[in-house]
Design a protein around this ligand. Structure first.
Ligand code: ZN
Length: 250
């Protein structure tokens, strides 16, 4: 039965993944993410329901439009698959609980903002709001102590805001500040600091490697790395902090 449960979660998550694709393409253009029908970017063919089955439609059509044969980006099935895996792993780790679901929703939002930030160097405000709301819902249902999460809201974001102001916006984007504020509400202060530290380490290592491979200077989009750090914290933050504190007690 357990396998069916995860299969069910995976199916829902890849369907939500389709919606995330819509968000990724339309939010930067300022288009409506809810009401416009999906269509081929090349010929305008309106996709039927059987063209919209996550992952499988793309595989069945071998990545081409049914009507005009134009290539459909592999990003569509990859985002769907990524969202499916993220949800299954987070539910496996946290159980089918309010916290588990809040983490899933936050992970989806992180996925969207990472791709958008990677391409446009902007983090959409809507994504940060979704993460902040997931944090508040989690707090509300679990009756956690508000102080831990209140401090989480300001501790990293306050530091980033200071860097932003001191560098006059060169070293840091406003979106990063808001992202870490929202993440603090979701994670609490210990875990949001952990998330930030992970994001910085991953960001500097991966960014340097990428620049080395591509052989050119590249502007750093911090959002994807912060997102990885937040995801790491959602998965292993509690254990890591418990282990760390244990070092001092024993
Ligand atoms: Zn087409």
């Amino acid at each position: 039965m357990l396998a069916y449960r995860y299969l069910f979660i995976f199916s829902i998550a890849i369907t939500i993944g389709s919606f995330l694709n819509v968000c990724i393409y339309r939010i930067p253009k300022g288009e409506d993410v809810v009401h416009t029908n999906s269509h081929c970017m090349n010929c305008g063919y309106k996709l039927a329901w059987y063209d919209l089955i996550p992952i499988f439609s793309w595989l069945f059509l071998r990545g081409r439009c049914r009507k005009c044969g134009e290539k459909i980006s592999v990003q569509y099935p990859l985002i769907e698959l990524a969202n499916g895996l993220l949800w299954v792993i987070l539910i496996y780790k946290n159980g089918l609980t309010v916290t588990g679901l809040c983490y899933c929703i936050a992970a989806s939002s992180l996925l969207v903002l990472s791709v958008i930030d990677w391409r446009t160097f902007e983090i959409p405000m809507g994504c940060n709001i979704v993460i902040g709301i997931a944090g508040l819902v989690n707090l509300w249902f679990n009756r956690q102590d508000w102080l831990t999460y209140g401090i989480g809201f300001v501790c990293v974001s306050g530091l980033l805001l200071l860097i932003l102001l001191l560098s006059r916006g060169r070293a840091m984007g406003g979106g990063d500040v808001k992202l870490m504020a929202a993440a603090g509400l979701l994670l609490g202060w210990q875990n949001v600091i952990l998330a930030f530290a992970c994001g910085c380490i991953l960001g500097s290592v991966i960014h340097l490697v990428l620049m080395k491979i591509q052989g050119k200077e590249r502007m750093l989009a911090f959002g994807p790395y912060l997102s990885m750090g937040i995801w790491f914290s959602m998965m292993w933050g509690q254990e890591l902090i418990r282990w760390y504190i244990g070092q001092f007690i024993n």
